[in-house]
Design a protein around this ligand. Structure first.
Ligand code: E4P
Length: 216
């Protein structure tokens, strides 16, 4: 399973990029709205000048023509822009049209296996099931990842599953075990993945022993 970062914050993207584990970035309108004083397009220019892998940029329009017009502007920013569209009939029409143009797409707001199957059949490069938001309403987000992974394997479907709406480190382990290809992770959760008390204790003990050594 690969790691994407789920943010439009440049500092977080830089920090994550320096770690050497980043395979892409996802943004959404809410994440972009948190970034004050910078336009969406300018932020995408900044992100794509640093990250050369997939950078998802979401369209705001809800109608096919509007989505296509926005998508053309977004793909003009950089060749690694992936167009993110909502899981609607117009969204999937846009996916089919963009796929014919050779543009990568990410279908967002997926909450059922049927939605994922539809998105994949329209040609989506990525499907994004939202784990945390399903957990929030008492449904099991990880079961959804598992179902989608099984269906894609049975039917030899190439669309990649992005585990989205990640809230904590166990989501990452479980999503990887259930067959997600990618997890898109908030910066805070990415950093939490590094921590283990025995790692900290081990470093402390190694340093203590090193500093107490007597050279022959
Ligand atoms: C995915 O692409 C979305 O940007 C994101 O994971 C949504 O997560 P949230 O439910 O924490 O807003």
């Amino acid at each position: 399973m690969k790691f994407f970062i789920d943010t439009a914050n440049m500092e977080e993207i830089k920090q994550a990029h320096e770690l050497g584990v980043l395979a892409g970035v996802t943004t959404n309108p809410s994440l972009v709205a948190r970034e004050k004083g910078v336009s969406f397009h300018d932020r995408l220019k900044e992100i794509t000048s640093l990250v050369k892998e997939s950078v998802s940029a979401e369209v705001i329009a809800l109608d096919f023509e509007g989505m296509m017009a926005e998508a053309q502007e977004l793909i003009a920013i950089a060749p690694n822009i992936t167009i993110k569209v909502p899981m609607t009939p117009d969204g999937l029409k846009a996916v089919a049209a963009l796929t014919k143009q050779g543009v990568k797409t990410n279908v967002t707001l997926i909450f059922s296996a049927n939605q994922a199957l539809l998105a994949a059949r329209a040609g989506a490069t990525y499907v994004s099931p939202f784990l945390g938001r399903l957990d929030d309403i008492g449904q099991n987000g990880l079961d959804l990842i598992s179902d989608i992974a099984d269906i894609f394997a049975i039917h030899d479907i190439n669309a990649e599953i992005i585990a989205a709406s990640i809230r904590h480190p166990m989501h990452i382990t479980e999503a990887a075990l259930k067959g997600a290809h990618i997890a898109t992770i908030p910066y805070k959760v990415l950093m939490q993945l590094f921590h283990h008390p025995l790692t900290d204790k081990g470093i402390e003990a190694f340093l203590k022993d090193w500093n107490s050594r007597t050279e022959a």
